[in-house]
Ligand binder design. Structure first.
Ligand code: FDA
Length: 281
């Protein structure tokens, strides 16, 4: 028996078609979506090329189903562990097709061994395609300089805290420090950047960003909030009702287990939610 029913609060389906109703439900609430086919650290060319074909098909599905969704891709899912050139050659046709369709591709950011390589991949793609964006992690000290460089070329950046275990030599460890860095970066991206995604479920940060844009009379159209599928859905709707743009990251795919474990590890309430569902079955 598939254990997928346990994960379905956080993962929209095992195939893209199964995720479409969830995307539609979000769209009907005025929420934009970015979809991600779960998977990472692909080691052979066949699997990376398969991921490319899947993303090409996803772009067709999005167009056909007329849902409001762009696409997020992890570089190691599409060949970064095989080689930087290979990765570029694999992802470029996906970005090109998205450009034809008026869609947008976001490169997710993985652990620090990939930071510079992902930024290099982004800049290389950005020379030819404007419909591509990248992610910065507030816990990394280097993100201040990276944000300045990305702002100079008006790149679209998603800002998150960072989900990987990084050493103190390169990353803040304490939540207070990470929050301070996050807020400083958010202000810089909103003021000097191009439609950043402020990705967090953290009320302290969300409220601070709301205060900042109100004080500076910055239009709500200059940025969007982003959250993960199934996490704080009521807060997602509330932000839309307050007139902010909101995008939800909707993962799907048969390789849902590592992502699901990450969500459980993050928060004990998530475990409780899953247990309740288990006993409801
Ligand atoms: P965090 O887990 O730090 O919690 C802080 C506070 O938020 C809590 O104390 C509570 O107040 C509130 N909160 C959180 N969850 C709640 C819940 N379920 N209910 C009620 N309150 C809650 N990382 C990465 O390294 N690379 C990437 O590309 C991305 N991409 C990405 C996209 C999007 C859209 C999001 C939202 C996040 C990412 N991340 C990511 C993950 C990110 O780096 C980070 O690990 C998580 O978002 C957790 O940090 P938060 O700031 O969201 O809340």
């Amino acid at each position: 028996m598939s254990l997928f029913f346990l994960a379905k609060r956080f993962v929209a389906g095992e195939e893209f078609e199964a995720a479409i109703p969830a995307i539609r439900r979000l769209n009907e609430k005025g929420i934009h979506v970015t979809v991600n086919r779960l998977g990472e650290h692909v080691k052979d060319q066949t699997a990376a090329k398969r991921a490319k074909q899947e993303y090409l098909a996803v772009l067709d599905h999005i167009k056909r189903a007329r849902v409001d969704s762009n696409v997020s891709i992890k570089p190691t899912q599409i060949g970064m562990d095989i080689g930087d050139d290979f990765c570029y050659q694999t992802i470029a046709p996906v970005v090109a097709k998205a450009a034809d369709y008026g869609n947008f591709i976001r490169l997710d950011m993985e652990g620090s061994p990939y930071t510079q390589r992902t930024l290099d991949l982004f800049y290389r793609l950005y020379e030819n395609y404007q419909n591509v964006g990248v992610v910065l992690q507030a816990y990394l000290y280097r993100s201040v300089t990276d944000a300045e460089a990305l702002n100079r070329v008006t790149a679209r950046v998603r800002l998150c805290k960072g989900a990987y275990k990084e050493p103190a030599s390169i990353a803040y460890q304490k939540m207070d420090d990470i929050r301070r860095a996050y807020l400083q970066l958010a202000k810089s991206l909103i003021t000097d950047g191009h439609y950043p995604g402020i990705a967090t479920h953290d009320d302290l940060l969300i409220e601070a960003v709301k205060r900042f844009v109100a004080d500076q009379s910055i239009s709500h159209d200059r940025f969007e909030f982003q959250m993960l599928y199934g996490i704080r859905p009521e807060a997602q709707e509330q932000l839309v009702q307050q007139g902010y743009h909101m995008r939800v990251y909707v993962p799907y795919g048969p390789e849902w287990l590592p992502y699901f474990y990450r969500r459980l590890r993050e928060r004990k309430e998530n475990v409780w939610f899953v247990l309740k569902n288990l006993f409801k079955k």
